[in-house]
Design a protein around this ligand. Structure first.
Ligand SMILES: [Zn+2]
Ligand SMILES: [Zn+2]
Ligand SMILES: [Zn+2]
Length: 471
């Protein structure tokens, strides 16, 4: 239940949003001002921040406003500039700081309007009745702008000395007048930040707040991150992809990850040159020397890794190494799923069922094959990280120049995003690639000419990867 509370907070009670809050039997619209959090540990922060950074960059790059489209984020979201926080669970209410907003109250008898200066003034007068004997009720409307600005509705008289003192509401809508001079009160204003016209909506309407969230499978093996970071020119990503395509043996992939980097080709070549020299010195002939050196090259993991990189480069039509990053990330997540802590395969399930069914063994594997799956397995204890990194108002898409993606208010010495980790169970369905190809053909989505030239398992796998890269 605890982590469920945190999980909900991540989506429903984020800073900058308005929520319903009941205190002593009275409910108010409140604005979530900030959170009271702790560092989230036991997750791979580095990767989460890298993915969040990518998302913020995507928004920025898709907006005509460019760098101006994102507000309240560090230049680069990484461990140096940004903390991963999670609300304090021990004190659920204290974890979220809110304030009653708007501070606009209307007498439900005579329409007299009261606008409190701040929260403490409101608290002092909370239970006072209107002179007419009726109660004041919060008017839950806010003004907001696509740039992110939002404020509780606050009607006032254009005559300066009247201000907010004599405002009365007529009827039940948004018709306010100054009872001193009879003028209609001003409720429509321009945004003080971008000067666009503010829009008015109910405080609890979800249309003025769009949280930006992401979820990913947590990769606990931080060595993979270190490796990806150590390698440049997309080499790390290509090795991850090469491993997925079985272009280098699992043992060698493991070795590379353990070393945190690949052996440099030139280091190795230098070693071979020295070896050849030694062979020459003891009188071995050149033909034998080159055979020996070639054999040496073949068993070297580094060389295999470079060959794998070459094959990946040839097989995928990408234009920049950055395009390989999301695919490498997905492959790492896939690896994590396939090798989850607790796995139940269809074969296991068949055996379990056999015991329950008095020795009659069901054919789950056959059914899965017939349905077009190459593998189905239950993965337990899969660590999923849910994170929230910002919000927009009024619109979600970056295509409008005025829309800005805001980061959350800073709690500690660094900027922050929020996250929580859940261990969950899932079912992994892997489609049979050949059946997918047939389906694509049958439905006219591809033509015979589009089929992989190499129809081996490897060729088909590469073909699908290439399709993903190109889209
Ligand atoms: Zn009244
Ligand atoms: Zn007036
Ligand atoms: Zn604005």
């Amino acid at each position: 239940m605890m982590s469920r509370g945190v999980h909900q907070a991540l989506y429903r009670y984020l800073p900058g949003s308005w929520v319903d809050f009941t205190q002593n039997g009275v409910s108010y619209a409140v604005r979530v001002d900030s959170w009271n959090s702790v560092q989230l540990t036991n997750i791979n922060n580095k990767r989460l921040l890298r993915v969040a950074n990518q998302r913020v960059m995507d928004f920025r790059n898709a907006s005509p406003a460019g760098p101006m489209a994102v507000v309240g984020f560090p230049n680069v979201i990484n461990e140096e500039n940004c903390a991963v926080l999670t609300p304090k669970v021990s004190e659920q209410i204290g974890a979220i700081r809110t304030s009653v907003n708007p501070l606009l109250f209307v007498c439900d008898g005579c329409g007299k309007v009261k606008q409190y200066y701040d929260y403490s003034e409101f608290r002092r007068n909370e239970h006072k009745r209107c002179e007419c004997g009726s109660h004041f009720k919060q008017l839950r409307m806010i003004s907001f702008c696509e740039c992110g600005y939002a404020v509780g509705l606050s009607p006032f008289c254009a005559t300066k000395e009247h201000g907010r003192k004599y405002i009365v509401r007529r009827g039940s809508g948004l018709d306010f007048v100054c009872s001193k001079c009879g003028k209609n009160a001003v409720i429509q204003r321009n945004c003080p930040e971008c000067h666009h016209k503010l829009e008015i909506k109910a405080a609890l309407d979800s249309a003025h707040y769009f949280p930006f969230t992401l979820s990913l499978i947590d990769l606990l093996d931080k060595r993979k991150d270190i490796f990806l970071e150590n390698e440049t020119n997309g080499q790390g990503e290509k090795i991850v992809i090469g491993q997925y395509l079985a272009l280098l043996p699992k043992s060698e992939y493991k070795e590379i990850i353990e070393n945190g980097k690949m052996t440099q080709n030139d280091e190795f070549e230098e070693l071979l040159r020295k070896k050849a020299e030694q062979f020459r010195n003891v009188g071995i002939d050149e033909v034998t020397i080159s055979t020996l050196i070639e054999a040496e090259r073949k068993v070297n993991a580094g060389v295999k890794a470079f060959a794998a990189i070459g094959q990946v480069e040839q097989g995928l039509s990408y234009t920049s190494n950055d395009e390989l990053k999301p695919i490498a990330e997905e492959i790492l997540e896939y690896d994590e799923l396939v090798h989850a802590k607790v796995i139940l395969s269809l074969e296991d399930a068949e055996c379990d069922a056999e015991i329950v069914n008095d020795g009659i063994k069901p054919d789950y594997v056959g059914i899965a094959k017939a349905l077009g799956f190459s593998n189905v397995q239950i993965c337990s204890s899969v660590p999923i990280v849910f994170a929230a990194y910002g919000y927009t108002r009024k619109e979600r898409e970056p295509s409008n120049e005025g829309v800005k993606l805001h980061g959350f208010p800073q709690e500690m010495e660094k900027k922050n995003i929020y996250a929580t980790r859940l261990e969950t169970e899932g079912v992994l369905f892997e489609l049979d690639r050949r059946k997918v190809l047939n389906w694509l053909l049958d439905n006219g989505l591809i033509q015979n000419d589009d089929l992989p030239q190499d129809m081996s398992d490897y060729g088909i796998k590469m073909w699908f990867l290439d399709i993903i890269v190109r889209h």
